[in-house]
Design a protein around this ligand. Structure first.
Ligand code: NAP
Length: 240
């Protein structure tokens, strides 16, 4: 039986590449998104992957969304917590809303998704959870105390839940991407981006498909001995 995989933020950027890689590998994939219907419908049409709209920062919405996915595809075996946003600004100008939005979308979402699927995974004795962190959660980044705190939190969340799930066949790992060529990074001013690329030893931005390869590796049935780890995929920019 094909395994069912949920990829949050799976309709654009890194998440879309992850959803496509899982689909090609034979998983039944649900790609979720927040509000960009045009991008989601274009993605669904071009890939045939099912898309589901719900806000990952809202616990009740996540419960309803996962219930719908379960009814249509079956119980969830794999969760990739990929949805994320940035709301950058130096601390002295950061608003409580910028802080709360980033923590809720990037970190509380991991609780919301995992809390919703964990009972079923424990009962079935199998689960694969991959949380998408960031190089900026490992190294910090100017103008991103909210994002760095959320992503750093993901790494702690991953290690704690890995310990809780290990005896039940549930692995929990994180991937910490470096700078990947997606809409999120295209929003960075060109002169700043040039300086960032100059600091990447591989000499270029990463590709979304390069993160997807890591996810595919970690969610495999034969990856059961890998848990609580963080895989850095960053072109050598930060060696953790
Ligand atoms: N790009 C990079 O260089 C980089 C580096 C390190 C880490 N990351 C992390 O990798 C992940 C993906 O990044 P990306 O660059 O691919 O982002 P992206 O292109 O901006 O796509 C973000 C995706 O997340 C969804 N999303 C945002 N807020 C959501 C919410 N509240 N509920 C549900 N879905 C939501 C978006 O849905 P809509 O389409 O509806 O808006 C979209 O599908 C993020 O966690 C990011 O922090 C990215």
């Amino acid at each position: 039986m094909a395994r069912v995989a949920v990829v949050t933020g799976g309709t654009r950027g890194i998440g879309a590449a992850i959803a496509v890689a899982l689909d090609k590998a034979g998983y039944h994939v649900a790609a979720t998104y927040a509000g960009n219907d045009a991008a989601a419908f274009a993605f669904a049409e071009s890939t045939g992957i099912r898309v589901y709209k719900f806000d990952v920062s809202d616990f009740d919405a996540v419960q309803a969304g996962i219930a719908k996915i379960t009814a249509e595809l079956g119980p969830v075996d794999v969760v990739v917590n990929n949805a994320g946003i940035t709301r950058d600004g130096v601390l002295q100008r950061m608003t409580p809303q910028q802080w709360n939005d980033v923590i809720a979308t990037n970190l509380t979402s991991c609780f919301n998704l995992c809390r919703t699927v964990i009972d079923g995974m424990r009962e079935r004795g199998f689960g694969r959870i991959v949380n998408i962190g960031s190089i900026n959660g490992q190294a910090g980044q100017y103008g991103q105390v909210n994002y760095a705190a959320a992503k750093s939190g993901i790494h702690g969340f991953t290690k704690a839940l890995a310990q809780e799930g290990a005896a039940k066949g549930i692995t929990v790992n994180a991937i910490a991407p470096g700078y990947i060529d997606t809409d999120m990074v295209r929003a960075v001013p060109p002169n700043v981006l040039e300086k960032i690329v100059a600091r990447i030893p591989v000499g270029r931005l990463g590709k979304a498909e390069e993160i997807a390869r890591g996810v595919l590796f970690l969610v495999g049935d034969d990856a059961g001995f890998i848990t609580g780890s963080t895989l850095s995929i960053n072109g050598g920019q930060h060696m953790y």
